[in-house]
Design a protein around this ligand. Sequence first.
Ligand SMILES: Cc1cc2nc3c(=O)[nH]c(=O)nc-3n(C[C@H](O)[C@H](O)[C@H](O)COP(=O)(O)OP(=O)(O)OC[C@H]3O[C@@H](n4cnc5c(N)ncnc54)[C@H](O)[C@@H]3O)c2cc1C
Length: 408
Amino acid sequence: MAEFTFELNDDQKQVRDWLHGFAKDVIRPAASEWDEREETPWPIIQEAAKVGIYSLDFYAQQFFDPTGLGIPMTMEELFWGDAGIALSIVGTGLAAVGVLANGTEEQIGTWIPQMYGDPGDVKVAAFCSSEPDAGSDVAAMRTRAVYDRAKDEWVLNGTKTWATNGGIANVHVVVAVVDPELGSKGHASFIVPPGTPGLSQGQKFKKHGIRASHTAEVVLEDVRVPGSCLLGGKEKLDERLARAREKARAGGERVKNAAMATFEASRPAVGAMAVGTARAAYEVALDYARTRVQFGRPIIDNQGVAFQLADMRTQIDAARLLVWRASWMATAGKPFTSAEGSMSKLYASEVAKKVTAQAVQILGGNGFTREYPVERMHRDSAIYTIFEGTSEVQRLVIARTLSGMPIR
Ligand SMILES: Cc1cc2nc3c(=O)[nH]c(=O)nc-3n(C[C@H](O)[C@H](O)[C@H](O)COP(=O)(O)OP(=O)(O)OC[C@H]3O[C@@H](n4cnc5c(N)ncnc54)[C@H](O)[C@@H]3O)c2cc1C
């Protein structure tokens, strides 16, 4: 019988401590500067590449950790350092997961290394699914991919929005409509290789939080990519579309679309990011409450403050357990029969928003200033209930999974 434990093994503890050291010594001290600059922190990404934290090898090792805890542990530590900088470091991973989830062995081997570059010449990648009129409603996507059989090329046209690293990426993964009749089942993912004509950056967004992470529109005008850039290949796509048409005719079963496969795999990882930000704010608040004296005693000496900290810590630990469960299930090949991935993302993201708000409150006036990091952490935490499926969408997924009903 396998041993049951919540403890990380020695190798994991070593990696966690190493990541924590980088987050504490390199990321956290730079957080305020890059938040104010609202620019991609290239020097920090380069530093991460030099020590091996920004590399395909490192993420592959964590991704294939048989316990499933490698990725959540990595996310929690890096986002504990700072969410904006950490997203600049791990944002490439969403595009890489898009290729891992839908690509062939050859595509994985060709494109993922180009997403990261190397320590002397670091690169980033972008995953482009959202559009101005297709956020939560992925089926409303309009970006079109049309096959030019004579040249064995796909021609992409459309506008993507909210793309992390959009326009500055070496490799873009673009989700597009190949069969408009099939709604979200008629989507496919494409690699747009470096320097492909027709792809340009549109508006770069000025944001409320995670301001060090670049978010922009990506405009695709007659972008031609070779047939080999269709993730999974043409044969697999044709089979999938034929099955979807068959099921649509029979009025039956849902077929997973390309973007959804990516999001399902990445939701617990987003939950772990939220746990990292929540833990960071909680620790600052705990320290502050121990040292700030009012009415002749530390403010933690009041139940009104101490109980808030007790709740904060309890919720953070509960969120981590949901994230670890979902990550373990995904790695063990256990299907999310109760939408456990969505549960973990929903709960952890809501906890991060709540806990960071409480941290601001515990720091009083100081919490409201940019002299203390909880103000930034509170702004940053707002993203977790929005990207990779809003909280409302997570609730829809959970409710539909539990009830089997098409809840709206
Ligand atoms: C900083 C940032 C980075 C991002 N990075 C990426 C990226 O790299 N790649 C990418 O493809 N996308 C990315 N996104 C996009 C993100 O995934 C979308 O913003 C998100 O899916 C929500 O879509 P929307 O903004 O269009 O909101 P909408 O879908 O318009 O939703 C607006 C509100 O309506 C609610 N709502 C919508 N439908 C329902 C419903 N049926 N029931 C109940 N409530 C509903 C939503 O929950 C939300 O509160 C990013 C977004 C941000 C802000």
